[in-house]
Structures are given as C-alpha cells and as structure tokens.
Design a protein around this ligand. Sequence first.
Ligand code: GLV
Length: 320
Amino acid sequence: MSAKIVVTQPVHAEIVERLRAAGHEVVDVGSPQGLSASELRTLTAGADALLSQLTDRLTAEVFEETSLKIVATIATGYDNIDVKAASAAGVVVTRTPGVLTDATADLAMTLMLAVARHLPSSDASVRASGSTGPFKLLYEPMGIDISGATIGIVGLGRIGEAVARRSHFGFGMRVLYTARSTHSVGFPAERRSLEELLAEADVVSLHAPLNDETRHMINVDTLSLMKPEAILINTGRGGLIKEVDLAAALQAGVIAGAGLDVFENEPDVHPDLLASGDRVVLTPHVGSATAKTRLAMASLAADNILAVLAGDPPLSPVSV
Ligand code: GLV
C-alpha cells in the first residue's frame, strides 16, 4: 500500500528514489535547516513516515493526534526527539547506530592529535609566512605526547569502544572508561568513576548520550578535577559540556586544550571558545561526515521506514 513519507532536509537523491520506487509518495521538503515542531506538525499531517535529521525539533507537539507510524532519524543521537511522546502516540522511532562508529571514532582521534600538536596554528603560520621558518629545537608551542598517554573514555558504547581500540592498539595508550557496568573489550581497559577518570586521564573523550543525567557533566567543578596538561575531546553532544565553564577553564589554564565537534547551542559556538585561540580545535559537527558513512546512515534510515511501512519490525529502533 502506498504511504506518504516526508523528508525534512536534503538527503541523497538515490535514497528518495528508493522510497519512491517502493511505491510511496515522497514529500521532499529540502529545508536548509532543522524544522521547528510547528513546521513538522503541519508537514506531517496525513503522513505515515518522517525521515528526519538531528536538528529537527521533534517535541511532544509533533506527536499529538499524529498519523505518523515511524520517525527515522538519520543520526545515532536522538536527544531532539521526545521518544516517550512518540511511543505514547504509537510512533516507532529509529536511529542509525553502528554505521557511523568508525568515522566518528576517527574524528575523535583527529581532534586529539590536532589539539596535542597545535595543528591549526601550525598550518596557519606556514600559510601566513609561506615558509617553515628556521628549524628550532626549542620550538614553541611544543606538542603533547599522545603515544603512551592515558585516555579516559566517558561512555563506553560503540563509538567510545572504537576510540578505546584505536587508542590502545594504535597509540599504546592506557585506557580508562566510565560505564554503568564493567565491559570486557578484549584489551586492557579499566573502569573508573567519572571523578577518578577525570583526575587520571591525559585525554578525556566524551561519548555519553545527552539526557537529563549527563547534561553539563563537564562544568567548573568537574573541569577542576582534570590535570592542567589534559585535553578534552567532544564528538558526542555539545550539551555534555557547560561551554562557558570550559572557555574559562581553557583561558585560566585549568586544562591544556579541547577538541570540539559539537556545541551546546548549535549552530552557535560560545564566543569565549572562539577567543581561546590555539587551545581549542573546532569542527562543525562532522563526526560522521564521510561519503560512505553518510550514505550508509541515510540508507539505514530508509530501510527502517520501508520495514515499518511493510508491517515488519524496525531494524534499529530507539528503546523507550
Ligand atoms: C551525530 O551527531 C549523530 O548522532 O549521528
């Protein structure tokens, strides 16, 4: 039976084609930015499925007397969706875990190395002068060693574990992690409380989901537990960090640096972070942005929609 599918923001043409080829009507909205709850409510009136993205605001309002059967978000995080309201309205919510694990873990490592070795300012100085300048043994700013350092993984889910694996096997790092329970990952990794981990780690990488429990877990108090030479990496969700506290900590030398791909109030970045110079490396929420990964994410989301519309179980549902 033909169903109506609303696609909020630009996706690969072949994905839209696949949904149409399955006999469904596709309303390809092509919004250049995330849609508000009231826009989504209007657009989904009479629709069966929504192919959405992490900037669409899927609050309870969207699910009031909705005809939707499924919301498939092209993301692994789903803090933009009121999953309880969706479930109460009988709407299945799916996400795209797994397919973006490697790309996101690779970006976490990239940020770690870029901060430790002052990559943006080194690149900028070569470009600005058109020269490396004379070789200096006593170069400033000196980098920080990543090989052999201790990494603290906050949240040992799929991506956290992939970062731990890269850190152990690629860089000989000692791995600490926080998790609800002890994991066996096939290489040495020690479980710690958040406080212990922050005090021991040279690099802290955040991979916890954003929820009421984890919002602002990195704040003035927890930052003060970290070592002055430590680096903080966030490829999870911006709201895990209270940005104003991080900027103050960076400027006061409480920690050495930060690599951030996600921000508390995206698309805005706190001006004090922008003023933190070489201590921070910033990327625009591109953890999963490789061609192969983004296509795999969109494809998994489409598979979820086609499954649910066919009366089959979703492939990667969010559990309530
Ligand atoms: C990206 O941030 C995602 O949740 O997939």
